[in-house]
Design a binder for this molecule. Structure first.
Ligand SMILES: [Zn+2]
Length: 97
């Protein structure tokens, strides 16, 4: 039988996501804001063992931008025509995993 106990405790802090139409610029601003918060915590907060900026990544289809849902790095289950066509071409060429 599995027993679940608290293994660790930490604070998860997220900075506000700036409103910008350019997502890459918004992410860059969010990184700068997060780095600023890290500096301020290190400077002003006692009893902090570690604080760092953590980046989370997600895979998307290079053709249509859909979230990557498959384990296969070359085929996203046919999320779009391009994904499906590329997969079928790889089968014809014998380039499957
Ligand atoms: Zn796609």
């Amino acid at each position: 039988m599995k027993t679940v106990n608290i293994d660790d405790v930490y604070v998860r802090l997220q900075v506000r996501h700036p409103y910008m139409s350019d997502k890459q610029k918004a992410i860059a601003q969010k990184v700068r804001d997060a780095e600023h918060v890290v500096e301020q915590i290190k400077r002003h907060v006692d009893d902090v063992f570690d604080v760092e900026v953590v980046r989370e990544y997600k895979g998307t289809c290079s053709h249509c931008g859909s979230r990557w849902t498959e384990d296969d790095p070359n085929y996203n289950g046919g999320c779009c025509h391009e994904d499906q066509d590329q997969y079928e071409l790889s089968i014809k060429q014998g380039v499957t995993q």
